[in-house]
Design a protein around this ligand. Structure first.
Ligand code: PLP
Ligand code: TYF
Length: 396
């Protein structure tokens, strides 16, 4: 049966990790996959998480199945992070959340749900985007259409192109938006632009899908939800795929959540029953550990404060590295202006490096980045930044 099967292409980002692992040169630098690293170049366990895990281990009494939609407290806390504790949506029961296997799992549930239950056929996706967005659309049987997002001349948002393209979106189409820290560009709409999009969505009857994988990495937990909350002022129905992989540093625990917002509690309940039907046929019900840990952190005032402080530290370190990176490129003789890197949000920077330059960085200097020119700023440390900047200036 298997003789004629063709090999699948490697994931452009995960494949890079394999290549980096196999790299034998000393001083190699990994700016590929979007994983946070501290000043020492490690991805440690968040202290608030470690403490919660200790408590959980001591207090757990059963390994019985969870319900299909997972840890109830985790889902409730997810809504608080998304909407704010006092939001009308929570009070009126208009949102339902299902724990998912990471943000990826949440996106899959979201698109399966939209395809089966809303009649959607088309998903508008920013160009560029995280490649899995397009792949999941195809897997679900939806058509993906690109909307312009990035202007290589200004290294900023292509606002006119974005509006022109999204003006073609039809009623019932899904429009996928990055909640904050756009992957791969690091460029987010301004509050005024978010509001324009939110109004446009309501007028045209889009079904917005927010991919929220970096809450807390742009400006702060609350600030980063501003775009989503603006949309909710104008749109009664909306989908959200949350991921806690980055902001809790729990990459391998697969912690995410799918949330749907409906016009009223009764509609939300019915829609959620269909979501549970989807989950049942994929993995029946989720794993407990990661979600129970996060619920414990978010429920405990002191642990939550500690987590927020650690998240602030991650964000602060990345911002500091952006500053230093730009200053050192200039100091090493780069003639281009790289100030735009300082303004970008989150882990990623669209550096403007060409595929050829990225290839040269790998071949000549053992520096790994995504061929699009995306670099993971969180991979920059005081130990590698001099070598990195010298090498980049050599390939410019
Ligand atoms: N969405 C975006 C934009 C991402 O960058 C990622 C990264 O991993 C995800 C979703 C998925 O996250 P997870 O690892 O939780 O599946
Ligand atoms: O974009 C990134 O680097 C992260 C991590 O298939 C990632 O979002 C990359 C590729 C992938 C899954 C996660």
């Amino acid at each position: 049966f298997f003789d004629r099967i063709e090999a699948a292409p490697a994931d452009p980002i995960l494949g890079l990790g394999e290549a980096f692992k196999a790299e034998t040169r000393t001083g190699k630098v990994n700016l590929g996959i979007g994983v946070y690293k501290n000043a020492a170049g490690n991805t440690p366990i968040v202290k608030a998480v470690k403490e919660a895990e200790k408590r959980l281990l001591a207090s757990e009494t059963t390994k019985n199945y969870l319900t299909i939609d997972g840890v109830a407290e985790y889902n409730a806390q997810t809504q608080i992070l998304l909407f704010g504790a006092d939001h009308e949506i929570i009070a009126n029961g208009r949102a339902k959340t299902a724990q998912s296997l990471g943000g990826t799992g949440a996106l899959r549930i979201a698109l399966e749900f939209a395809k089966r239950q809303t009649g959607a056929q088309t998903v508008w996706i920013s160009n560029p985007t995280w490649p899995n967005h397009n792949a999941i659309c195809k897997a679900v049987g939806l058509t993906d259409k690109p909307y312009r997002y990035y202007n290589p001349q200004t290294h900023g948002l292509d606002w006119d192109g974005l509006i022109e393209d999204l003006a073609q979106a039809q009623k019932g189409d899904i429009v996928l938006l990055h909640g904050c820290c756009h992957n791969p560009t690091g460029i987010d709409p301004t509050p005024a632009q978010w509001e324009t999009l939110a109004k446009m969505s309501a007028e045209k009857g889009w079904l917005p899908l927010f991919d929220f994988a970096y809450q807390g990495f742009a400006k702060g937990l609350e600030e980063d939800a501003a775009g989503l909350r603006l949309f909710l002022q104008y749109n009664r129905e909306l989908l959200i795929a949350s991921s806690y992989s980055k902001n809790f540093g729990m990459y391998n625990e697969r912690v995410g959540a799918f949330t749907l917002v409906a016009d009223n509690a009764e509609a939300a309940e019915r829609a959620h029953s269909q979501v549970k039907g989807i989950i049942r046929t994929i993995y029946s019900n989720p794993a407990s550990h990661g979600a129970a840990t996060i619920a414990l952190v978010l429920k405990d005032e002191a642990l939550k404060a500690q987590w927020i402080a650690e998240l602030d530290e991650m964000r602060g370190r990345i911002k500091a590295m952006r500053q230093k990176f730009v200053a050192l490129l200039q100091a090493n003789g780069a003639t281009q202006n790289f100030d735009f890197i300082i303004e970008q949000n989150g882990m990623f920077s669209f550096s403007g490096l060409s595929p050829d330059q990225v290839d040269r960085l790998k071949d000549e200097f053992a520096i790994y980045a995504v061929r699009s020119g995306r670099i993971n700023v969180a991979g920059i440390t005081d130990d590698n930044i001099d070598y990195l900047c010298e090498s980049i200036v050599k390939v410019l």
